[in-house]
Design a protein around this ligand. Sequence first.
Ligand SMILES: Nc1ncnc2c1ncn2[C@@H]1O[C@H](COP(=O)(O)OP(=O)(O)OP(=O)(O)O)[C@@H](O)[C@H]1O
Ligand SMILES: [Mg+2]
Length: 254
Amino acid sequence: MLELKNIEKSFGNVNVLRHINFSVDDGEIISILGSSGSGKTTLLNIILGITQPDCGEIRFNTHDITKVPMEERGFNIVFQDYALFPNLNAYENIVYGLRNKPDISTPDEVQDLIDLLGLREHLNKNIEQLSGGQKQRVALARTLVMKPRILLLDEPLSALDGVIKESIKEKIRQIAKEFHLTTIIVTHDPEEALSLSDKVMILGSGTILQYAKPDEIIHAPKDGFVTEFILRQLEIKRSNILALFDGGEVRTAV
Ligand SMILES: Nc1ncnc2c1ncn2[C@@H]1O[C@H](COP(=O)(O)OP(=O)(O)OP(=O)(O)O)[C@@H](O)[C@H]1O
Ligand SMILES: [Mg+2]
């Protein structure tokens, strides 16, 4: 179990995170949902170990890891921009982390992951020859071969749309459940958060407004901000969809 207790973080005199208290059970998928600047990435970086909190405590399986450096925490992140190595092909990217730690995944496990993510036909391609969704899957495979104890994803689906988005969402869920992998996803899209996760955390100006199962967030939003935020975001999507249909005719999306 991952636990954060009374985490606080300021940059200069800007208080970015306040009174952050929550826990994530093993194998659980949670989403951190909030508008731009609400502190989502900062919170992810604190869990990963890139950023030190000003005070508070992080525990993993009851051990205090607040001061444990990133490499020793054994968590891993897929960055929003994938951060793939452009000079290596897809396969070389996937196995990159195993160069120094070859025992983490067996060759069979690597091959299984490649099939699971549907990457077999793309292995020899250079990164610039891959589509956004293929890059995202390579980034996911590269992270998963290292068998992280916690998987962190910063806006994993924001650059994708339609069918690809749905299929990667499904893969993330499948992998998390199959490997019993604790997964923390940052997003600003309520639909994504509510459909993908076991629990959703709503961050507003650096505090946790609500942390609950999707069903509870929808049926019992804790305060006006949560209701407004979710409805507004969903409404924007709905009006975008409606805008595509005009009097029964499908118009070209802009
Ligand atoms: N290294 C830093 N130095 C100074 N201020 C920072 C730093 N990192 C983040 N901030 C500030 O902290 C606040 C929260 O930033 P953060 O990146 O966590 O937001 P976010 O919720 O991830 O936003 P977005 O959805 O736009 O990615 C912002 O006001 C940002 O300007
Ligand atoms: Mg961010």
